[in-house]
Design a protein around this ligand. Structure first.
Ligand code: CUA
Length: 313
């Protein structure tokens, strides 16, 4: 459903939903109509050259200085000034409402809120932001170069290992905005998508506080078995779940995985069934990803792990 939802809200830079994207779309239209005007002018000159009467005379010198020098100089200078102004809109602004650290991994997005009130919040593939507020993203990569692009909200910016790039995003209104890694980064580059979820400030504050909490231990037998199996079969080597001994750093933090909309960077809708499918057959669903398929485990064990993870909301 969420994947279809991605289709109904097109991932288009020409459908801007925030100030930065609007500035980029405006620049695009200026270039588009400007290019048409230049084409029309050149075609007009071609037609004039073809159809002018041979005996008519015009000043070659004035034409070369005017059309060959002045016109390009003025046009390019105007574009430079305009482009610089657009660039200023896209670069740093003071006092962001939130700072969010986004780290690219093959092939998922790690998302951290270092200033969260109840301690650092870590999630994956889903960036919650307050609507109508400027948000600063601090972008870096853990492995190869990725590129962060949510076309309806902002321009494209690379995530480069060892470097911190800053990007401003702002959504005019609450909603979901789909993004995509825009730099080829290996086999599953195409399945490295993300969602930006803009919420009213109060909802965002509530979300952030909730994500900072440690989930309570499961009360029923199924989920207790799931938690025990998770710790036993090796999931904890790569994943962190706060409140348990699991503190692996290779894969996404799963402390509140049940509250996310998708699995594996928008590969699957997040349901208990899909969680079980993912654990057992992830190499068939997203070949080459850094997790191994756990299809050697008995179904009952996988179902229990999925039930526990789904309850981490
Ligand atoms: Cu990450 Cu393409």
């Amino acid at each position: 459903m969420i994947l279809l939802g991605g289709c109904s809200t097109p991932q288009s830079a020409l459908d801007p939903q925030g100030p930065a994207a609007r500035a980029i779309a405006q620049a695009w239209w200026v270039m588009f109509w400007g290019a048409w005007a230049v084409l029309a002018l050149v075609m007009g000159l071609v037609l004039y050259a073809v159809f002018r009467r041979p005996q008519s005379r015009s000043s070659g010198r004035a034409f070369i200085i005017g059309g060959g020098l002045l016109l390009p100089i003025l046009t390019l200078a105007a574009l430079l000034i305009y482009g610089t102004q657009i660039g200023n809109i896209l670069t740093d602004r003071p006092s962001p409402a939130v700072r969010i650290e986004v780290t690219g991994h093959q092939w998922w997005w790690e998302v951290r809120y270092p200033d969260a009130p109840a301690g650092e919040v870590v999630t994956a593939n889903e960036i919650h932001i307050p609507a109508a507020r400027p948000v600063q993203l601090l972008l870096t990569s853990d492995d190869v170069i990725h590129s962060f692009w949510v076309p309806t909200l902002a321009g494209k910016l690379d995530l480069i290992p060892g470097k911190l790039n800053r990007l401003w995003i702002q959504a005019d209104a609450p909603g979901r905005y789909r993004g995509q890694c825009a730099e080829f980064c290996g086999l599953q580059h195409a399945r490295m998508a993300l969602l930006v979820i803009a919420q009213p400030q109060a909802d965002f504050d509530h979300w952030l506080t909730h994500q900072g909490r440690t989930p309570t231990a499961p009360a029923d037998a199924l989920r207790q078995r799931g938690r025990a199996a998770f710790l036993e079969v090796g999931c904890a080597d790569c994943h962190t779940v706060r409140g348990t001994p699991a503190d692996g750093k290779q894969g996404p933090d799963l402390t509140h995985v049940g509250s996310r909309h998708t699995l594996a960077a928008l590969t699957l809708e997040n349901t208990p069934d899909n969680l079980a499918r993912w654990i057992a057959h992830n190499q068939a669903l997203k070949p080459g990803n850094r997790m191994k398929s756990f299809d050697h485990l008995p179904d009952t064990q996988i179902t229990a792990i999925a039930a526990w993870l789904a309850s981490l909301r």
